[in-house]
Design a protein around this ligand. Structure first.
Ligand code: PEP
Ligand code: MN
Length: 348
């Protein structure tokens, strides 16, 4: 249920609605917008019935009570009309803010990570990505440096001052990952790992949730709902390509998802052109198209020497070309209404 308060509703009237919802076992999510305060009454189906029996529309300060028709509640635009804007370690995302996250697929060595971080920092990108735990299709492929990789990410963060995006694959690794991650990445293959989603929800750290290889947008937003339900509001959705009948390229980057997700949800929408394309020559045009479509950010792979990359070299932008690429993305994002986001020249 969604309780729409009158524009002149007092704090006390809002509190009284919240208390009544909680008295029947519901959770109240208050969203104070510029014009009006909305209170989402969230709970299972039985709780919803008990909330409806409270007849909240008769209370002072309440304008109306409406059912949230979408299966996702906290993520929906109905519950939260304004776009969510997050500050993450000094970087901004959402609303007019565009966030460029870049780095290697996987942390390979100190030299590789620091060289990439330097390039990412110098180009003015906003966050450093790099996996320490890698979801590989083959169990025989390199699985990431694990805790050693996390330590290197912590060093890079200390040296360059960039917030870190890194993947968590197993709830048992949440503690070491939380020591360094400013953003916990949940990979495409774990989008429907509901236990992991809830764990990350409870951890409270910002999350980059990637779309499953064959997930519909509704399934995607419902996966985000698992995180939000645990009280973690900082969730970014990442379109990274889906499986279709097309075989000419690796995945189909579903850019229509960007404007459609923005209608469905208030959460920031990020695009990953690297994993969709699987090849470098497509990454720039897909990035510019994503920015033009209104994405709130891009996460992209870059490597100082892609030919020697242990993982995903063919799709990594050459570090030597990264600054030019970042500038083009900024130009298109600005045309799409975003504020300048490159921070080149600024020290940590
Ligand atoms: C990645 O970002 O390195 C990755 C493995 O992405 P995805 O989960 O989208 O395949
Ligand atoms: Mn990769």
């Amino acid at each position: 249920m969604l309780i729409v308060m009158k524009s002149d509703a007092t704090e006390e009237e809002i509190r009284s609605v919240v208390e009544r919802i909680e008295s029947v076992g519901g959770t109240a999510h208050v969203s104070s917008g510029r014009e009006v305060t909305l209170i989402g009454a969230i709970g299972d189906t039985d709780t919803e019935v008990r909330v409806s029996e409270l007849e909240l529309d008769g209370l002072p300060g309440v304008s109306k009570v409406v059912a949230i028709l979408k299966p996702y509640k906290l993520a929906s635009r109905e519950q939260h009309r304004e776009a969510s804007v997050f500050e993450i370690g000094g970087a901004m995302i959402g609303g007019e803010h565009f966030c460029l996250m870049a780095g290697p697929c996987t942390v390979e060595s100190r030299e590789q990570l620091m060289a990439t971080a330097q390039v990412v920092k110098d180009a003015g990108a906003n966050m450093l990505r790099g996996g320490a735990y890698k979801p590989r299709t083959s169990p025989y492929a390199f699985q990431g440096l694990g805790v050693e990789g996390l330590k290197l990410l912590a060093e890079a963060k200390a040296q360059f001052g960039l917030p870190i995006v890194t993947e968590l694959m197993d709830a048992r690794d949440v503690e070491p990952v939380l020591e360094v991650a400013d953003v916990i990445q949940l990979g495409a293959r774990n989008m429907q790992n509901y236990g992991l989603l809830a764990e990350v929800g409870r951890a409270g750290r910002p999350v980059l949730l990637k779309r499953g290889l064959s997930a519909t947008l509704e399934e995607f937003v419902l996966a985000a709902e698992y995180i939000l339900k645990e009280g973690n509001e900082k969730v970014m959705l990442c379109e990274r390509g889906i499986r279709t009948f097309e075989t000419a390229y690796r995945f189909t980057l579903d850019l229509m998802a960007v404007p459609v997700l923005k209608q469905m949800t208030h959460l920031p929408i990020v695009v990953d052109p690297s994993h969709a394309a699987g090849r470098r020559d497509l990454v720039e045009s897909l990035s510019l198209a994503a920015a033009a479509a209104g994405a709130d950010g891009i996460i992209v792979e870059t490597h100082p020497n892609p030919e020697e990359a242990i993982c995903d070299g063919p799709q990594a932008l050459r570090a030597s070309e990264f600054a030019d690429y970042a500038q083009k993305v900024e130009q298109v994002a600005r045309i799409a209404g975003k504020a300048p986001f490159l921070r080149a020249g600024q020290t940590a």
